[in-house]
Design a binder for this molecule. Structure first.
Ligand code: NDP
Length: 283
């Protein structure tokens, strides 16, 4: 039977620790401010933005937000980012994705100063991650490392399979596990014999966006299973990429959906906001 990795409790702990750090910084005259930009009014994005602002409030980070109309041009958005890059009072800039189709996401990500890139999506942040230099790390993968560490799960020397190779989850995840000295395999939709590849994993991290795709046939006995997926099943119920009930007895640790990886993403965004003042030489 598996131990459940409780992301809600761990993320609450991290937020408490961050609140202490933010207070200390404030007492030294260092305030932290995150700017969140949303273009259009996609309901899911509005919920994410609201939760990010609430998270800031909880730990004492200031936040400002721009809710821009769907008709905002790329040029207008880039101009706003330029202004925020040069604004001393703003420490972190986050543009909520996805953007409307007439705006090039890459151009927007690249416009954000790497010193304020709290999402960790800028090519400079990704490059720093790859070569082990200080910089912002993508929040969901960084949160998974915290989940593993705070659950006292050894990573060094372990076989880790990361299923999924997206720029925001799979790729940075694999680099972070490598940095923790795991032996890492990245699998994807073209991987041959996916079951045997996944079955090699002492730690299996799944980020594919397919409801309950991974069943016990993919799991090595005693594996640690981290489920990044957030999907809706045929009954509109929230579920992960892993068939939780089917794998539960086979693994040693598992993250539930909801309540596993999800809550860590905002905690690590707040952590990046706190780190921003160090990267900017303000603390
Ligand atoms: P993407 O769609 O960008 O990437 C999915 C990856 O999974 C691709 O690399 C794709 O392979 C691979 N894949 C898809 N189907 C299969 C398959 N049948 N077998 C093997 N590999 C497959 O997704 P994201 O990385 O953005 O997100 C993945 C999941 O994580 C989603 O459910 C998303 O909602 C969730 N998520 C959760 C977050 C959280 O805070 N908990 C944050 C971010 C995402 P290929 O490259 O070959 O196409």
């Amino acid at each position: 039977m598996a131990n459940i990795i409780d992301g809600k409790t761990i993320s609450a702990q991290i937020k408490e620790e961050l609140a202490v750090k933010v207070k200390e910084l404030k007492s030294k005259g260092v305030d932290i401010c995150l700017c969140v930009i949303q273009v259009g009014n996609d309901p899911a994005s509005s919920v994410y933005v609201k939760n990010k602002k609430k998270g800031c409030e909880l730990v004492g980070i200031d936040s400002v937000s721009y809710e821009l109309p769907e008709s905002t041009t790329q040029e207008e958005l880039l101009e706003l980012i330029e202004k925020l890059n040069n604004d001393e009072k703003i420490n972190g800039i986050l543009v909520q994705l996805p953007l409307p189709s007439h705006i090039d996401e890459n151009a927007v990500i690249e416009k954000i100063s790497p010193l304020k890139d709290v999402d960790g999506f800028h090519p400079v942040s990704v490059g720093n991650l790859c070569i082990g230099r200080p910089g912002f790390v993508s929040c969901t993968p960084a949160g998974i490392i915290e989940l593993l560490k705070r659950s006292n799960i050894d990573i060094a020397g372990k076989e880790c399979v990361v299923l999924g190779r997206s720029n925001i989850v799979g790729k940075p995840m694999s680099i972070l596990m490598l940095r923790q000295n795991a032996t890492v395999t990245i699998a994807h939709s073209k991987t041959a014999d996916l079951k045997s590849v996944c079955k090699r994993a002492d730690i299996l991290i799944v980020a594919i966006g397919k409801s309950r795709f991974i069943d016990s046939g993919y799991i090595k006995d005693g594996a640690v299973v981290i489920d990044v997926g957030i999907n809706r099943d045929e009954n509109n119920k929230l579920c992960g990429d892993v068939d939780y009930d089917d794998v539960f007895d086979k693994c040693s640790y598992i993250t539930p959906v909801p309540g596993g990886v999800g809550p860590m993403t905002i905690a690590m965004l707040l952590n990046n906001c706190v780190d921003s003042v160090v990267l900017q030489g303000k603390a």
